[in-house]
Design a binder for this molecule. Sequence first.
Ligand code: GDP
Length: 503
Amino acid sequence: LLNCRVQTVVKDLKNLGFKNITTDYIINKEYIELILQEYNFELPSSTSSITSANIYNKLKDPLNPKLLESRPPIVTIMGHVDHGKTTIIDYLQKSSVVSQEHGGITQHIGAFQVITPVSKKKITFLDTPGHAAFLKMRERGANITDIIVLVVSIEDSIMPQTKEAIKHIKASGNQLIVAITKIDKIGNVKEREKKIERITNDLIANEIMVEKIGGDVQVIPVSAKGGENMDLLEESIILLSDMMDIKTENSKNTMSEGFVIESEMKSAMGNVATILIRKGTLDNQSILLCGNTFCKVRSIMEGAEKKITKALPSQAVVVSGWKELPHVGDEFIQVKSEAIAKKYISKREALIEVEKNASRVEKLNEERYAESIRRKESKSKDDIDDIEDDDATDNAITGPKMVNFIIKADVSGSAEAIKESIQDLGNDEVQCCVISSSVGIPAESDLKMAEISNSEILCFNLENLPNDIINNKHGVVVKKFNVIYKLIEIVVETLENNMKKIF
Ligand code: GDP
């Protein structure tokens, strides 16, 4: 960073009065700041609290209350597996703005918009339940959605993943609507009412403030198969969003902001990303800054084919022109010029470098401290418990055994979702390690990487996986999945198989 030789720094430190200086001497923060002053170098984190995570916030304009206008609500659907999330999305997608213009054909882009049957207002739905981008944003304390529709099957009531979803909803502070699905499965009206009553009570037991007890959470019984009450569900979302008064700024001069919800390399178009706009209008001249990349917008598409010239708040559009693929869940902001984008990207990279060094020093300090404690302890130890302790110390020094995986999926949203779901699996003894996660059929390079890193390749939703990939010459294990929880089960099993057998 200082752009000078380490020996020069050592010499200068000695001149400044530091004793016993070596090249791996660790200096505390206060001294670093003093020394950097000698070199006329400004330590970013000492002058302000700018970090690589928040540096782009400087470029954001606060919302101007005078320019606020309504925008359509953004909705995510959550619930237990098999309770009917996908079926609801399929039903809604058939009536989406784009599919109506394209004879009912829609392609997965991560989100879609519908116009409600009665009030004729727009709603944006994220089309992957519990979308990776949604989960990532929540981790960072930001909210990509305004409303969550919690799906509960009339046959099962509240199940483990419903409870998980309730936990997330409470933590995120999102507004909630409950859809009781599959009501067509219970033909007898009395029995149906009894079941709805039971589910409502179960919701209350889980501290959901439903309307029945004077709360504001609407409970809508629907059938996504037959379409019964689906219009009511859509209108309930509008009712709630009107009450929430969802607004954003969208004047001529408003710079747009939003989130990346999908990204992929397309052979004909290069790097493309589906982005969800939260503020401002996007057009063909816009320049977007996002993470370590930027985009000179080349084309904007609604759905997979329809070219448009402008995109409005709450609209999800596919944008081409990205230098590098942006990450799912990252926030983008519009900037005035390519030069500004480049300047901020390199500032951010420098900060990342500084932060990495800082955490390296911290880790080194911790390791040294642990090592000195270990030495002290081992001196005063009895020979008798040596065998057991050696084992324990082994683990403390080397850490858990890493079991490596490479993820290949159909779309980046799934790849990210799988990575998120498995990367923290493990315990003190074995730990899951995701070497890489990307889109597409495994290539020769993936197989080589798997061979070198001793990884298994997990393929998700990849149709027509060639046989010579599955039975590859590298001897790499390639497994195929279509359901995420099955994949997680197998990863857990593999981790267990890697634990020391205690018999
Ligand atoms: P997900 O795992 O939550 O996305 O659930 P799916 O949407 O895949 O639904 C699971 C199963 O329930 C599928 O076989 C659906 O056809 C069925 N299903 C979903 N909604 C309904 C409904 O409203 N009525 C009926 N009869 N079946 C439904």
